[in-house]
Structure formats: C-alpha cells, structure tokens
Design a protein around this ligand. Structure first.
Ligand code: SDX
Length: 426
C-alpha cells in the first residue's frame, strides 16, 4: 500500500504521497503543495531531497558511504580512481577490457592544445590555483560548444571523458604556473595519478621519476573524493546544468562552489589552522575559541552536515596519512601531533561530542598532501580533480532523463506594495 502523509492547511486535510527509497530515508513528495497555496521552507536544505539519484548513498549516522552500492573502504583498498570513475559513470564495475579502453581514452585526451595553454598567461605566480582551475575548466566550454547537444549520449560521454582526462593537466599547469616553471606534457606510459605527479614535479625532456607510494596514496585520495551525493558543489553543478547550459560551464560553477572553506576549501583551511596553532601548548586556547559563539573561528576539518559519526573517508585517509608521513620521514611532523591532539579533544570534550563533530575527510587529506610536498594552496584543486567524475556523473544522470529547471521559491519578508514618492517629497 503506497504510504501517504496528511497535513491540515486552513482546516483542509491534504494528503501528500511518500516516495520510497531503496536505502535510507523515504521522502514526502511536496510538489502538490503549491496548488494548496503553500511552500515548504528549508534554508540550507537540511531536510530536503533535491532529486532522486542512483549514484551514491550516505548513511551519516552509521558512517556509511557507497558508490553505486560498493563500500568506499573496499574501493579505496582494491580499486583505482579511473575504475571508480567508470563505475560512477556507467553504474557497474568495468571488465578488464572495458577498463583498458577507458584508461586509454583518458590518457589519449589528457593533452591541452598549445593555444589553450595561453589561458594561463592571464595569471601570475600569486594567482590562487583554484582561480586558474575554475577559469580553465570554464574555458574548455569554448572547445566543446559548437557541437553542444546534451540530449546526445555521445556528446555527454565525450564531455565526461574530456573533463576527467583534462582536469589533472589543468591542475598540474596551475601548480607549474604558481611556481614559475614550464608545463610538462602528460606521458602515455604513466597511470592517471603518476601522470599528475609527473606533470607537477617532473623535469622537461627528462624521463618520468614518480614514487609508487606517493602515486598510490594520491590515487586513493582521488577515490575518496570522487563523489558525495548532493553536496553543495554537486548541487551547484545540477542547478547550473538544469538550465541546459554547456556542461563545462556547469562544472566550472561546481568548482567555484567547492572552493569555499566550509566545503572543499576546508583542506587548505585545516593546514592554515594547524600552522596557526603551531604547537600543542596553544591547542586549548583555540578549542575555546571554537566553542565561543561570539568567535567566528571553527575547528576546520571537523563537523559535517550529513556525517554524525566518523566520516569513513577520514578513517581511510588517516591510515594513508601515516604511510606517507613514514615514507617521507615526516612521522614526527609537529602539525601531525597537533592534529592528533585536536582529534582526541573532539572525541572527549562535551561541546564536540554533543554536536557530533567528528573529523571529516578534509582533516587528514591536508596533512597527507603536505607530506607529499604539495603546497597548501593546491589542496582544493586536488579535491576538484578527485571530485570531477562525481560531478559529471550527476550532470549526466540529470540530463539523460526528463528534468526541470531548478527554480526555488522563498518566504518573502520585504515591503508590501507601496506607491513611488517624488524625490522632492522624501
Ligand atoms: C566537505 O556536504 C558534503 O558532503 C561535503 C563534503 C564532500 O565530500 O562534498 O563532505 C566535503 O565539505 C566536508 C566539510 C568541510 N568543512 C569543514 O571542515 C569546515 C568546518 N565545519 C563547519 O563549517 C561545519 O561543520 C559544516 C559546514 C561542515 C557543517 O555545517 P552545518 O551542518 O550547517 O552545521 P552547523 O553549522 O549548523 O553546526 C551545528 C553546531 C553549531 O553549534 P550550535 O549553534 O548548535 O551551538 O555545531 C557547531 C556550530 O557552531 N559547529 C562547529 C563546527 N562545525 C559545527 N563548532 C566548531 N567547529 C566546527 N568545525
């Protein structure tokens, strides 16, 4: 029997259908409310489902994260970022033949045309890498607009391939620009993460030399960031894409949203915070600031809209952080000591326990990236690189079936209608 909920509006009883999920919460379908002269109100969308989706499932209370049904812990241990990208895009794990073909198509499309690289001439070594990545991603729309047809599955698949293939090259170029070094071309002989590290840290005309430990740790970081349901940046991609705009422009919008310190910019903010705290002796004062309602300071890397338990990605990140620190001989990094003390405090002190503020993915990813020699301003660009397959999968899922332009309403609290007053009467 189909579930329904009943509400009474001005004495009239209204029945609203309940739509059932395959996992997690069901939803009340409120689309009929407008006919009853009423909106729902939910700033920040704490209890609003903006769409239906088959891509990713999160259970925030149990700390569960599934990509197309597969637990993130298993994918992080056994899979690769490109295999996860195929899984997200197509809904199933690839056969070895499918994976080889996908890896080749990505590798073949990593290069950027010489004239396109000039987009970076508009920046200086002081330009924030996220500004460069955002601009270059939007710039890809110029190379993929004449044939724009979002109803064509071939166009959609090509857009996904171009974005997944070119985001490492764009990100590496942003890094090379920020350190004033010449660009390095991708190599046909390297894996996805190896190519990224080579394009960042390689030398022109020299044989690639990439650490397997670092490239596998980085590939795992990409997997952990690949998708996360309807977070702010993915919702931005969906909202922009709902106007039928060029998908590369919609992805650039998502990149801009990710940059904020409350979202993907948190990994950079975590390192800035750890560096500002600097030593264990100063931690207590900062923890008090975080608790103080009148102080805007928050413990970056803690808390999450959905996870009210440990972020399963943070658990995986924590172990790979230790492995990278050991390999880099930075196991005694004072910032790691500060991080570990903060985590202990958050597990014990009431303020954090009551509000279920656990470390999230950004807490440990920053420490790992720093140990890998990646400069702090590049951290969110790395998050962008990892999240690319998730964004383009959600865009594809939305535009491949009937969709409506996203157009929320509001609770109006402004002036009621009033007549214009001539300036000499004001
Ligand atoms: C990501 O959505 C996703 O899936 C995002 C993401 C993804 O993969 O796409 O997981 C990636 O963005 C992770 C989150 C990274 N951001 C940070 O680490 C920044 C620090 N965290 C906070 O800004 C905050 O926790 C948010 C933004 C993550 C969540 O904010 P909410 O859900 O709106 O919660 P809230 O601000 O209403 O906080 C509830 C309470 C408040 O106290 P009270 O008013 O109840 O007394 O908890 C407090 C907040 O003041 N609080 C914090 C805190 N986070 C929340 N207090 C101190 N430090 C913090 N970090």
């Amino acid at each position: 029997m189909k579930q329904k909920v009943k509400i009474v509006i001005d004495g009239k009883s209204i029945e609203l259908p309940v739509l059932e999920s395959t996992e997690g919460l069901n939803v009340v379908d409120v689309r009929g409310l407008i006919n009853e002269g009423m909106f729902t109100y939910d700033p920040g969308f704490l209890s609003t489902a903006s769409c239906d989706s088959k891509v990713t499932y999160i259970d925030g209370d149990k700390g569960i994260l599934l990509y197309r049904g597969y637990p993130i812990e298993q994918l992080a241990e056994h899979s690769s970022h490109l295999e996860v990208s195929f899984l997200l895009l197509h809904g199933e794990l690839p056969t070895s033949r499918e994976l080889n073909a996908f890896e080749s198509s990505i590798n073949e499309n990593m290069k950027l045309d010489e004239h396109f690289k000039k987009i970076f001439d508009g920046f200086t070594s002081n330009s924030h890498p996220m500004a460069m990545v955002c601009a270059a991603t939007a710039g890809l729309a110029a190379l993929n607009h004449d044939n724009l047809d979002i109803s064509d599955s071939e166009y959609r698949l090509n857009a996904a391939t171009q974005l997944i293939a070119k985001i490492p090259t764009i990100t590496a170029m942003a890094y090379r620009k920020s350190v004033g070094k010449p660009f390095i071309e991708p190599s046909a002989d390297l894996s996805y993460a190896e190519n990224f590290l080579h394009m960042c840290f390689g030398e022109p005309r020299s044989k690639p030399k990439v650490s397997k430990t670092l490239s596998s740790a980085l590939d795992k970081i990409f997997i952990l960031h690949a998708d996360h349901e309807q977070n702010a940046s993915t919702s931005t991609v969906r909202m922009a894409g709902s106007t039928e705009c060029n998908p590369f422009a919609a992805i650039a919008a998502g990149t801009a949203a990710l940059w904020g310190p409350s979202h993907g910019g948190a990994n950079e903010a975590v390192l800035d915070m750890l560096i500002e705290i600097g030593e264990e002796a100063k931690i207590d004062a900062y923890v008090e600031k975080a608790k103080d309602k009148d102080d805007p300071f928050k413990l970056m890397g803690f808390g999450h809209r959905v996870y009210k338990n440990f972020d399963p990605r943070a658990t995986v990140m924590q172990s790979s952080a230790h492995a990278v620190l050991e390999e880099q001989g930075a196991g005694d990094d004072p910032l790691l000591a500060v991080a570990q003390k903060l985590e202990k405090i958050a597990r014990e002190q009431n303020y954090f326990v009551e509000r279920k503020l656990y470390p999230n993915i950004d807490f440990y990813s920053g420490i790992t990236l720093k140990a890998m020699g990646i400069p702090v301003p590049m951290f969110t660009a790395i998050f962008t690189l990892g999240r690319m397959p998730g964004w383009i999968t959600h865009w594809t899922e939305m535009v491949s079936s009937p969709f409506k332009i996203a157009r929320p309403r509001q609770l109006y609290l402004g002036s009621q209608s009033r007549d214009y007053v001539n300036i000499n009467q004001r």
